[in-house]
Design a protein around this ligand. Structure first.
Ligand code: PMP
Length: 372
């Protein structure tokens, strides 16, 4: 692109790098000519898609020449009922990334800043910088802490000033898997100024079996500046369909909806999500599988002398005790895709999604071969 044109790009965007997703299986097939590949790199559900969503897809009779319901009336009411909230509290998104971006566009801009923790989700700085805001990445706890590399809420609170438009916080966090207790989170929310929005990203909340938040709907009644985001990409196994949502006060939801693309959630996603939401059996099976395999995987890594970060999510981040990139590359050659974390400030760690037994075994075998 001619320099004269690239200089016209928004200053915040000129300094950005694009989000790097987990390596697709097809890419590795093309590059290395491998036929058998497992991908444990994007925290997808190893049990697949909720059967209720697959049934809905098979029986989908919608008119594809028509626009979807831009208000998502039915699904919005189902979600509201799920959380015991009014439908006016719900914002539907093309994945929860969409909601993260909407919050940045409404509440950030030049002169504002976003507070995040070090080692937290890459989309937060992207959406903040894209609208010209600064990003304050607050040092996380160190490796020796009770919650290694976890959020330091005291320090995050201290980083908030009158220009802080949004605090983005994932709980459990990606890519560390670490978490904060409901008590600590409430104490934090109590001290955040009312003019600063807190976006509590619960993409992995369903996998949390320890210190789980019991009643976040009651938090929404208490904190007008709270937005909770949820996704159907993980526990419902619908990552490809792109559906997530935000929960907030009606006033905040109204702002988000003002700039939401009119038809941001497609008709098939609306239809399948409406079916999946009541697939309690699949959710229970997914949680049970993850809980069991997560413990088993952590134990196996530990047995190999590899320290794991505590995780309440559907992945485990572990210390390779050396530069992780060559380990990642060697695993690729074994047909195993995991996630390198140098871009997250963790160059000696890899993140592996908790798979099913056979996938986890294959990963462990490959890792054993690679590490010798
Ligand atoms: N938040 C976190 C913490 C995530 O890890 C992800 C997925 N990588 C998302 C949000 C976005 O998920 P989606 O857009 O698929 O809902």
């Amino acid at each position: 692109m001619p320099k004269i044109l690239s200089e016209q790009a928004h200053a915040g965007i000129r300094g950005l790098s694009a989000y790097v997703p987990g390596k697709p299986i097809e890419d590795l097939k093309r590059e290395l000519g491998l036929s058998s590949i497992i991908k444990l790199a994007s925290n997808e559900n190893p049990l697949g898609t909720a059967p209720a969503a697959l049934d809905a897809l098979a029986n989908f009779g919608g008119d594809l020449y028509r626009y979807p319901d831009g208000s998502g009336f039915e699904l919005k009411h189902q979600i509201a009922a799920r959380h015991g909230l009014d439908a006016a509290c719900v914002t539907l998104g093309n994945g929860s990334d969409d909601i993260l971006e909407l919050t940045a566009r409404v509440f950030l801009g030049p002169g504002k800043n976003a507070v995040v923790s070090q080692h937290s989700f890459a989309v937060y700085p992207i959406v903040a910088r894209a609208v010209g805001a600064d990003v304050r990445a607050v040092a996380a706890f160190g490796p020796g802490a009770d919650m290694p590399y976890g959020h330091d809420l005291e320090a995050m609170r201290a980083a908030i000033d009158e220009n802080t438009g949004v605090v983005f916080m994932a709980n459990p966090n990606n890519p560390t898997g670490t978490w904060v207790t409901p008590e600590a989170l409430e104490a934090f929310l109590d001290r955040v100024p009312p003019a600063t929005l807190v976006v509590l990203d619960q993409a992995y909340i369903e996998y949390q079996t320890q210190d789980a938040v019991a009643a976040e709907a009651s938090w929404l009644a208490r904190y007008d500046n709270l937005v909770i985001t949820r996704t159907f990409s993980k526990i419902f196994g619908m990552a490809a369909l792109r559906f997530g949502y935000g929960l907030s006060s009606p006033a905040v939801a109204d702002f988000l909806n003002r700039i939401r693309q009119p038809f941001n959630v497609n008709m098939i996603a609306l239809h399948c999500a409406a079916a999946a939401i009541d697939d309690h059996d699949f959710i229970a099976r997914s949680v049970a599988s993850n809980t069991g395999q997560r413990a088993r995987l952590a134990e196996a890594l530990l047995e190999r002398g590899l320290r794991c970060l505590p995780s309440q999510a559907n992945f485990i981040t572990f210390d390779t005790r050396r530069a992780a990139r060559p380990v990642y590359d060697a695993l690729l050659r074994q047909g195993v895709i995991v996630r390198p974390l140098a871009g997250y400030g963790l160059p000696n760690h890899l993140r592996v999604t908790v798979g099913q037994t056979a996938e986890n075994d294959r990963f462990l075998d490959a890792l054993g071969r690679v590490l010798g």
